[in-house]
Design a protein around this ligand. Structure first.
Ligand code: ADE
Length: 239
């Protein structure tokens, strides 16, 4: 997968792409990150990227010219159009299902603004998707795009060591994960549930599904809306 990022603060990305799983994914050639400082595409004398809004009002607006020229440059030799994602608090709230869908793309472009707004023509002519990472306002789209990129890239085949680990993720399964324990079985008097030490895999599996349902019911009942429960699950919830 090719991931292009248009940002005025390219250094913000160096830490993220040079550590841990994203670095390994890029070292293995599974993803190719490229950050473009779109200020270098400005054609005005002072390399301005923003201007006052027509009609007046507070704040500045990102001008179309540098973004359009940067996009022309990025896409000039391409036969297939990439998905072009605008980071904005006005966008669709990013969810695991979006990460799963975007992980199938060959090429993603993220546009990160650092200003009050984007000239509407950027949205109209260039952008295919608008995403927000939640109902709060960040100083810019960079951190938000990193969150999205992290969650998409970890889903690419070969990125996570154990292929199963993405399949059993909370949200992919529609449920929160059951409690986990590791050694020791007794830590400062706090004991691991007996069933997990039993070696009985059928019992362990049932216990885990039950704990998942309980945990989701108590912490994120919204995730259960529209779910068809099995008889066994209904009985657990009535206990
Ligand atoms: N830019 C500023 N706030 C944002 C948010 N919540 N999500 C995506 N991009 C943003």
């Amino acid at each position: 997968m090719k991931v292009d990022i248009l940002s005025l603060f390219p250094e913000m990305f160096s830490g993220v792409f040079q550590q841990s799983i994203l670095k390994k994914a890029s070292d293995k050639g599974l993803v190719d990150f490229e950050v473009t400082d779109f200020r270098k595409y400005t054609t005005n004398k002072h390399h301005k990227v923003d201007d006052y809004p027509y009609g007046g009002g507070a704040g500045m607006v990102l001008m179309p010219q540098p973004i359009f020229d940067a996009m022309d440059h990025l896409t000039q030799d391409l036969t297939q159009k990439p998905r072009v994602i605008l980071m904005t608090p006005q966008g669709t709230t990013f969810k695991q299902k979006h990460a799963e869908e975007l992980a199938h793309e060959d090429h993603l472009v993220f546009i990160c603004g650092h200003y009050e707004g984007y000239d509407e023509r950027i949205r109209e002519a260039l952008v295919t998707d608008e995403f927000s990472i939640g109902d709060f306002v960040l100083t810019g789209g960079e951190l938000a795009s990193m969150v999205m990129i992290d969650s998409i890239v970890r889903l690419l085949p070969g990125v996570l060591g154990n292929d199963d680990s993405a399949v059993t993720d909370s949200f992919s399964t529609g449920l929160l994960e059951h409690p986990q324990y590791t050694r020791p079985s007794d830590f400062r008097g706090m004991k691991v549930p007996e069933v997990l030490l039993s070696g009985n895999h059928a019992l362990i599996d049932t216990w885990r599904r039950k704990e998942s349902i309980y945990r989701t019911f108590h912490r994120r009942p919204d995730l259960l809306e529209g779910r068809t429960f099995t008889k066994e699950e209904l009985a657990w919830l009535e206990e």
